[in-house]
Ligand binder design. Structure first.
Ligand SMILES: Cc1cc2nc3c(=O)[nH]c(=O)nc-3n(C[C@H](O)[C@H](O)[C@H](O)COP(=O)(O)OP(=O)(O)OC[C@H]3O[C@@H](n4cnc5c(N)ncnc54)[C@H](O)[C@@H]3O)c2cc1C
Length: 242
């Protein structure tokens, strides 16, 4: 039987017009690794309940974690989390869940460079890795490729700007629908050549973390494997609908 813990919303911020980060305080939560997720369960007064998975976007604080939720306009759970849930209110959570899609600042892997690749809200668990690396393994090389629809859809914008400004993170953003006015590249889906020209090459032995919608993740993974990245070095998290 799944153990559910009561989580209280202790902070919230809109990341974009359609997404929101929530800080949850979860007494009894054992802590999580960067890359893991939790399930959040909502229960209506009549007893009807629904649960969905959400990656943790910050795991540094143990019992206080962050999730970042993209609203699907016709969805059941995400509009409530983005629009209605208020600070001080409670939800139930279980987790942490997931063992493969995890970056650890300890052990041999901390010496391997890391290539992060996100599509849309798939940036959330990668942000947990970026934040943990800043405090636990600042010498590990990280590079981020981030595909988003428009400039307004970029999560954690100020934090990325600060990391870039301090030379702490190389960030390559590709826009699929609207590009910034000063961009040389017209908007459009990222191509194979763009991915391969941007990511760390196989010779540098990066560990690749790839997260987002099913189609994006599958397509990019195929390109990486065909270009010589070993499948064992590619970790994947697919945001399948529940
Ligand atoms: C491991 C994991 C981690 C995740 N992490 C995140 C995260 O960090 N952030 C995030 O935003 N999301 C994340 N997700 C996705 C998240 O779990 C939800 O799937 C998402 O929020 C949508 O939930 P919803 O209840 O709003 O939509 P749902 O009600 O589940 O609907 C999802 C889509 O399916 C369609 N649909 C629903 N029912 C039917 C039906 N009967 N027939 C046809 N179509 C239907 C809806 O129209 C909608 O477009 C993650 C998923 C996984 C598996």
């Amino acid at each position: 039987m799944t153990d559910w813990l009561v989580a209280t919303v202790v902070g919230a911020v809109m990341e974009t017009p359609t997404s929101r980060s929530l800080w949850l305080r979860i007494p009894g939560f054992p802590g999580a690794a960067a890359g893991q997720h939790i399930d959040i369960r909502l229960t209506a007064p009549d007893g009807y309940s629904a649960s969905r998975s959400y990656s943790l976007s910050d795991v540094r604080e143990g019992e206080i974690v962050e999730v970042s939720v993209e609203e699907l306009a016709d969805g059941e759970v995400s509009p409530f989390l983005v629009r209605d849930l208020e600070i001080g209110e409670q939800v139930e959570v279980t987790g942490p869940i997931g063992g493969h899609f995890v970056w650890s600042p300890e052990g041999a892997e901390r010496r391997r460079p890391v290539q992060l690749i996100a599509g849309g809200s798939g940036i959330a668990p990668l942000m947990a890795m970026i934040r943990l690396r800043e405090v636990s393994a600042p010498d590990t090389r990280f590079r981020l490729l981030y595909s988003v629809r428009t400039p307004a859809d970029v999560y954690y914008r100020d934090e990325f700007a600060a990391l870039r400004g301090r030379g702490r993170l190389s960030v390559d953003i590709f826009y699929t629908r609207v590009a910034p006015v000063d961009s040389q590249r017209p908007p459009g889906r990222i191509t194979r050549d763009e991915v391969l020209a941007t990511v760390l090459p196989p010779e540098q032995r990066p560990v690749v973390y790839l997260c987002g919608a099913d189609e994006f993740v599958g397509t990019v993974a195929d390109w990486l494997v065909a270009a010589g990245h070993p499948t064992t070095a590619i970790r994947i998290e697919r945001y399948l609908a529940a």
